[in-house]
Design a protein around this ligand. Structure first.
Ligand code: 4FV
Length: 254
């Protein structure tokens, strides 16, 4: 999969994209990233990329000619979608990451300043995505978040195919609790079932704990998911087990 990123600060990306899983994935040819400096498409002497908004007011607006020159140079005759990172976009989630991970190429436009000219939004932007309801200083971190969340879903990137499957949200639920050695740590033991080697019991325990955690912390997610007969049975079991105090206590712990 190929990512093109239009940004005013290409140097911001070298750290996250040059190390760890994303760096290795590029070395292995599982994904590639091209960074395009929007300022290179400002043709005036001072390479100006922004201007004051018509109608007055605070903030600056990306000049439409500069952005369009950059987008058209990168996109050429490709069908790759141009995705603009902005608080006004649809909130990015695991399902969107999954959908985008099936594409051969996407073009990300990292916003800056107040906004982009509305004519660019209407004529050259295919999709607007937000990483959350807060305002950042630039769209570079959002672009890194998208690449990270999408890239890890690409075959071979995580190495162990299963681990992306068991993530929070991958099956519409939060992830279950996890433990590793030692079996006893500061007087607290690992649940016996996880030491039993009984795969079916371990599967059911993990599903139950994922349902419990989702019900206690993010009941809204349960409303979005069609629960299987097994999941419904387990959820009823959890509700019977969980007193009002229990529900309150778990919220305290997170
Ligand atoms: C943002 C977000 C975000 C707004 C002004 C950059 C900033 C400047 N992008 N999800 N939240 N962008 O805050 O995607 O354009």
């Amino acid at each position: 999969m190929h990512f093109d990123i239009l940004t005013l600060f290409p140097e911001m990306f070298s750290g996250p994209f040059g190390t760890s899983i994303l760096g290795k994935a590029q070395e292995n040819g599982l994904l590639s990233v091209d960074l395009w400096n929007i300022r290179d498409y400002a043709i005036d002497k001072h390479r100006v990329v922004d201007d004051t908004p018509y109608g007055g007011g605070a903030g600056m607006v990306f000049k439409p000619d500069v952005l369009v020159r950059a987008i058209e140079e990168v996109k050429k005759d490709s069908s790759a979608p141009v995705i603009y990172l902005t608080p006004q976009g649809k909130v990015f989630n695991q399902q969107i990451a999954q959908e985008l991970s099936t594409l051969p190429r996407i073009i990300l436009l990292s916003g800056h300043y107040e906004e982009i000219d509305e004519r660019v939004r209407r004529g050259w932007i295919d999709q607007e995505l937000s990483i959350g309801d807060y305002v950042l200083t630039g769209g570079e971190l959002p672009a890194m978040v998208l690449v990270d969340a999408i890239a890890r879903l690409l075959p071979g990137v995580l190495g162990d195919e299963d681990s992306a499957e068991q993530d929070s949200f991958s099956n519409g639920l939060l992830d279950c609790p996890h433990y590793t050695r030692p079996a006893q740590f500061r007087g607290v033991s690992v649940p016996d079932v996880l030491l039993s080697g009984h795969h079916e019991k371990i599967r059911v325990w993990r599903l139950k704990e994922a349902l419990r955690r989702t019900w206690l912390r993010r009941p809204d997610l349960l409303g979005l998911k069609e629960l299987s007969a097994e999941e419904n049975l387990i959820l009823e079991e959890i509700k019977k087990e969980t007193s009002v105090e229990g529900r309150f206590k778990d919220n305290e712990s997170n």
